[in-house]
Design a binder for this molecule. Structure first.
Ligand code: 5GP
Ligand code: SF4
Ligand code: MG
Length: 475
């Protein structure tokens, strides 16, 4: 999912949120929602569908306020319903909050039961709603929203990056491992109002606006300047009183940022840990050329996430880079299709080979990952039909052998082709002439030095998975 938040009295916060979500649409296409706070109350509008299917110009105009949050939802195993769209709203007496969550919480079943016993009612089966209700419940009991968030962070386990508003303050907080990304940016308000001559720090003092978002590409689109990442375990509060930071829960000794963000999920123009995702992918391709060289005539990338590593592979190997596949921009991500047939069809709708570029050539084909194997089976077939002499598949990440429990739903372990077949067997299954994956060390060497979660590749889970949760994913 993608989350966004803005505190900027005097600006059109609903439209800023809309633009921010537009830049984050790749993080989720199943539902979209915006909540605004106007000093008196909190209003939410959300629905199933892409951002533009949910919000008309008139909808945005009716959402007026000083602060807002937004959410785009990633299609996961959970129910597709209006109720599970976000932001979630909780109203208990005079405590009203809206919350947007990216990630997955692994221990909410028990917490939900306890809340129900306390008389709290639920609208959906979503883990994010449990967090919302918990925060609402504790805030009502303690009369302090920050205390409500802190107590909730002590109870919930998993990966989360959350934005939250009440009538007048914006909060942003992140799990103690920093699994899901969340960045802080600053809006130069005077610039936003159209006078760039007043755009220096001095004149914007006292008239500040702040933005939080899953990725820096959402800061860029609203003209905000990157300030820093929200720290693991931190709670940030932004209001009239300025920006206040507090450690909600102790940060883990070593952070565990999701490494799949750089491999696949994030946009290439986003900057993570100080390095653009584009440069990370390019360097993965260079590593891959060292680890798995091959004699060939042309390197092609599978659009979009396979293009930067293909450039890197070409540069390092000396084999020319070329365009071999054209992507239809109007087809949403294939992964999200619910059935295998629809997914296979999705590949053909989405990618078409450039025949005259590839006919007769020995190709190196780079893609970011093989999860179920659906994409590669179709692709290799298409490339051969288009006349490729040889097809050598190179993947710029290690084998995905383990399910993710922290917010990237790669499905159950039995669906992961690498959990069930050897590299040679996969190569035969997809019909390639050769196949190789990047090593874990090669992947890490392409990224800034940080603590990363690599669980889907290594099975080393930073946050323990309760036995009651997701057992079926291991079957
Ligand atoms: P497969 O077809 O093997 O099941 O999935 C691999 C393809 O899906 C790759 O082309 C990759 O770019 C894409 N992919 C990998 N992980 C994800 C994901 O979490 N979500 C979506 N939407 N696509 C993914
Ligand atoms: Fe990211 Fe993989 Fe860890 Fe999930 S298991 S958080 S996809 S690195
Ligand atoms: Mg792809």
């Amino acid at each position: 999912c993608g989350v966004f938040g803005v505190w900027a009295p005097g600006l059109d916060v609903a439209r800023l949120t809309y633009f921010g979500l537009k830049a984050l649409q790749h993080r989720g296409q199943e539902s979209a929602g915006i909540a605004v706070g106007d000093g008196g109350t909190v209003m939410v509008r959300k629905d199933l569908g892409l951002l533009d299917q949910v919000f008309s110009n008139a909808d945005l105009s009716s959402l007026t306020g000083d602060l807002a949050i937004g959410h785009v939802r990633y299609g996961t195993a959970g129910a597709k319903s209006w109720e599970s769209a976000q932001p979630h709203l909780s109203t208990i007496n005079d405590v009203i909050i809206a919350l947007a969550h990216n990630g997955t919480l692994v221990n909410t079943d028990e917490l939900r039961r306890q809340l129900i016993d306390l008389g709290v009612s639920f609208m959906s089966s979503s883990d994010s709603e449990v967090a919302t209700r918990l925060i609402g419940y504790f805030t009502q009991r303690t009369s302090h929203l920050r205390e409500g968030i802190r107590k909730t962070m002590e109870l919930v386990r998993g990966g989360y990056a959350m934005t939250l508003i009440n009538e007048h303050a914006l909060y942003a907080f992140r799990d103690p491992f920093g699994i899901r990304p969340l960045v802080l940016g600053r809006l130069p308000l005077e610039c936003q109002k159209g006078d760039s001559s007043q755009c220096d720090a001095e004149t914007s003092v006292g008239a500040e606006g702040w933005v939080v978002a899953s990725e820096t590409c959402a800061l860029d689109i609203v003209g905000a300047e990157y300030v820093r990442d929200i720290r693991p375990g931190e709670i940030l509060r932004i209001s009239e009183e300025g920006l206040v930071s507090e450690q909600g829960v102790l940060a883990a000794r070593e952070s565990a940022e999701c490494i799949f963000e750089q491999v696949y999920f994030a946009r290439p123009d986003s900057i993570m840990a100080g390095k653009s995702v584009y440069a990370c992918r390019y360097d993965m391709g260079r590593q891959l050329a060292h680890e798995a060289p091959v004699d060939a005539d042309m390197v092609i990338g599978v659009p979009d996430s396979g293009l930067p590593p293909a450039e890197g592979y070409a540069r390092e190997s000396g084999i020319p880079f070329g365009e071999g596949l054209i992507k239809n921009r109007y087809v949403a991500r294939t992964f999200i299709q619910p059935t295998q047939e629809l997914r296979a069809m999705g590949v053909r709708m989405k990618l078409n080979p450039l025949r005259d570029n590839i006919a007769g050539k020995r190709l190196v084909v780079i893609d970011d990952s093989i999860v179920r194997g659906t994409t590669m089976v179709q692709l290799v077939k298409m490339l051969r039909q288009a006349g490729a002499a040889e097809v050598h598949v190179r993947i710029n990440s290690p084998e995905v052998e383990w399910p993710c429990f922290y917010g990237i739903d790669t499905g159950m372990q039995k669906q992961l082709i690498s959990a069930n077949k050897s590299v040679d067997e996969i190569c035969e299954y997809i019909g390639a002439d050769s196949l190789a994956f990047l090593s874990v060390q090669g992947l890490l060497a392409s990224l800034p030095k940080r603590g990363y979660c690599t669980a889907c590749f290594t099975g080393v889970y930073p946050v323990a998975i309760p036995s009651s949760f997701g057992r079926d994913k291991f079957m």
